[in-house]
Design a protein around this ligand. Sequence first.
Ligand code: SF4
Length: 254
Amino acid sequence: MQTAEITVKSALVRSRIPGVDYVINPYLGCGHGCKYCYAVFMKKYARRLQGQAWGSFVEAKVNIAQVLRAELARKRQRGRALVASVCDPYQPLEGKYRLTRQCLEALRDYGWGLDILTRSPLVLRDLDILAGAAQVTVGFSIPTDDEAVRRITEPQAPPIPARIAALKRVAEAGIHPWVFIAPMLPMNPARLVEIIAPYADRVLMDALNYRRQVQHLFRKHGWDYALTEEYAAATRAELGRLLGSKVKGARAHE
Ligand code: SF4
């Protein structure tokens, strides 16, 4: 993994995601390196590590928390921010830099609502901050129940059982836990619902949007069926049906 430090001039980026005013991305690049990642286009914005493969480089925005505090101080109204949208805020480098933690402290201090989306149990390190923040939700991306599929599609991300254990801890801490099933990878829908439903307040879903990116990989493993619109629609319907009676906020991503 190649890493570099960069400085930024802005932290809050306006969002078109429903219910979210801004997004914050403490890192450029993502050490989880998911094969289907929708954020691969961010490579072109790399400042010091140009031309690297997605998942093999990360630039840490080392002054982002200071910049964020200055921006929050200038805002007339409080808002709601998602951390993060084009990187995992708890990717391995966060263990060293603690940039996400510093951003959460700033959002808490200014009374902003915040939503976290991650694949990593490292978020548990920051439960002390989240417990004192306003309107917090913590989402875990769990796109399959199958560890064999996870190992192939998300080789550098934490295992599914570790995410479930962290989801449980978040629920026990009284923080709104949710699950993002996106993309819908090869899975056993009933098994996935069985492991997430006891803890998730809400479940969002989205299809595989960059099929060409994983076409070769999926074919190599005999998952051609999961590349189709039909698979996405049928899986969404099945998950929705299974979740319907168990999780009140189960819906497809808009
Ligand atoms: S964790 Fe998210 S941002 Fe990071 S590589 Fe995976 S899909 Fe992309």
